[in-house]
Design a binder for this molecule. Structure first.
Ligand code: URA
Length: 201
């Protein structure tokens, strides 16, 4: 199946999910799930946590305040947003942007795993604690889980089913909304992508 079709199938499946609090809430509030956007042949896949208010209103990942900061981080290294694929673990907005629950991660990560296998990124850049921990566990590196501030910006080599990959854990861009002092550190974490010429890939 072509990538576009496989990704469309994921979207249809998420849209028709029923019986779980977050998708029931989505229907009640008449908002959208956020599946992901960007290049289907991306070498770099960014994985955030969950849609916020603006994302659920538009169906697009990282288009609110945290998205603006992500865009600044990408611009800082000359990386075009449209060259990446951007998604989240959780596809429906948790009420009041609360942290995702383990059972919610379990429900939605099945879709994320399929997205990874379709896009086949060479670098998986995880934004924040939840996606970093999920991806490290998925690739059998549970023992590498540490506070995100320790992992931030340090790539880890591993293998996916389709070949060697690097995981780049990063702090969540929203950290700079609440603490402007973290902005410099956040942006520095993205520099690995620049050093590795991902900007021209
Ligand atoms: N925060 C996330 O983790 N993902 C989004 O799409 C927006 C904000």
């Amino acid at each position: 199946m072509a990538k576009k079709e496989s990704l469309r199938k994921i979207k249809d499946e998420v849209l028709s999910l029923e019986g779980f609090p977050l998708c029931d809430e989505r229907r009640k509030n008449n908002v959208y799930p956020v599946i992901g956007e960007g290049s289907h042949d991306a070498d770099v896949m960014f994985i955030g946590e969950a849609p916020g208010e603006r994302e659920a209103a538009t169906g697009r990942p990282f288009c609110g305040r945290a998205g603006k900061i992500l865009d600044e981080c990408l611009q800082g290294i000359g990386f075009k947003r449209e060259d990446a694929y951007i998604t989240n673990i959780i596809k429906d907005r948790p009420p009041k942007n609360r942290d995702p629950l383990p059972e919610e991660i379990e429900i939605y990560a099945v879709f994320l795993d399929r997205q990874i296998n379709i896009i086949k990124p060479k670098i998986i850049a995880t934004l924040g604690r939840f996606s970093s921990e999920y991806i490290l566990k998925k690739f059998g590196m549970e023992e590498q889980i540490m506070p995100i501030s320790t992992l931030h910006g340090k790539p880890i080599d591993t293998r996916a089913d389709y070949g060697p990959i690097k995981i780049l854990p990063l702090m969540h861009p929203a950290v700079a909304i609440y603490n402007r002092k973290k902005e410099k550190e956040l942006k520095e974490g993205f520099s690995f992508l620049k050093e590795n010429d991902c900007c021209d890939l």
